[in-house]
Write a protein that binds this ligand. Sequence first.
Ligand SMILES: [Zn+2]
Length: 144
Amino acid sequence: MAVMVRRVARGKDGIPTRHCDLAGCYNHTHGRKPYCTKHVFSMPYVQKLNQEIVDQEAEWDRARHRAYPVLDVGGVTAQEILMHVKLYGPRSVLRLCKDLNLERAVVEPYIKALQRKGHVRVSLNKRYVPIVHLVVHRQTRRGA
Ligand SMILES: [Zn+2]
């Protein structure tokens, strides 16, 4: 009695290899991913990440052009600035730029936008260096 053994090609990790889902591409994929490394941008998750990067760059461009009234204070960069000041305390603008690895032309408009929305206040230290402080909004309890 002959036993049929179906051989499945496996990668180095022992996981069966798979072919790219893109029509006409016969490349193998890795780690059960639907697309090969050449067509990884076809994955919805990667497309979403790519769009987020494009949107972030567009917003940084608006910041560079001093369009702070239209900056998104709920966006990634503004929230990153707020979180940093919340975690590490008042910081100078230059220190924020260094810590967050962002250019001053991008950070300053965000500070202005956050200041306009009442999330931060800026004071000058004795050397007239602007220091960014977090404004803590306390909720008032009624009827408690
Ligand atoms: Zn492919």
